[in-house]
Design a protein around this ligand. Sequence first.
Ligand SMILES: [Zn+2]
Length: 263
Amino acid sequence: MSATDEIFNAITKQLEEGVVPWHKPWVARPSMIINHYKGTPYTGLRNRMLLGCAGEYATMHQINAEGGRVKKGSKGHRVYFSKTYLKEQDDGEEESVYVLRAFTVFHISDTTLEPKYAHIWSAPPPADCNAKPVLEEYAARANLGVRWGGDSAHYSPSHRYIVVPSENDFESREEFWGVVFHELGHSTKIFCDRTYEYAKEELVAELCACLCLGHLGMTPTVKNSAAYIASWKSRIHDIKSSDFADACRSAEWAYRTIFNINK
Ligand SMILES: [Zn+2]
C-alpha cells in the first residue's frame, strides 16, 4: 500500500471510530506535539491529524540510542516526510522525484524515557487574540463583503461576499468563528484560480478554519455530533487519497492567505 493510501485509510478509520481528526487541539497548535530527538514540532497537517495525544514522540532507533526501550504492548504511530530529489533519466536529463517516507514513532509515555520538552508542549495556549481585526484586514485586502444574519452560512463567488448568521445564533464563539473562517477559507479562491470538487472544497475550508482558530488560541469546537461525523464520512468517501494530500496543502495555503503570512 502506498504511503498516501495509508494516511487516507488512517484518517477514514478515525472518522469511523467517531473521532474528527482535525478537531485535535494539536492540529491547530503544532507546538503540542514535539519530536523528542530534535525538540521541534511535527510539521504537516497530515502528521498532526494522525498523532494520538499531546507530548513527545521518538522513533525506536532514537529511543534505543538514548538507552530507553518501548514498553511492552505499546502501539506506534505513523508519521510521514516528503522529499524531492533529482534523478537522472536515461537521456541524461534530471527529473525531480517526489517521495513520501513513513516512520513509526512512539509517544514518550510508552517508553522508559522522560520527556525533555514538557515546558513547550504543555504550555498554555497563546493569549486569545481578537479574530475581528483579522477578518477586517483580510476582507479589505480581498475586497470581500461580509454580511451577518439569516439561517445559513455560505460564500458567494459571483457576488464576492460571505454571509454568516449572527454570533448570538451560535452556542459558543469558537463555533461562530469556526464558521466565519470556514467561509473565508472558501473565499481564498479569489487569490487563485483553483477549482475543486465539492467534497474536497469542503475539506479545504474546514481544515483552514481549524488552523485559523488555532492561530488565535481558540480550540475548534468538538462538535462530534453523529450528523457532523456522518456528513464527513460520506464526503471523505468521495475524496481520493491523492486529493486528500492536496487538500491538506491547500488548507495551509488558505490559512496563510487569510493571515497574510507569506511563506
Ligand atoms: Zn463550506
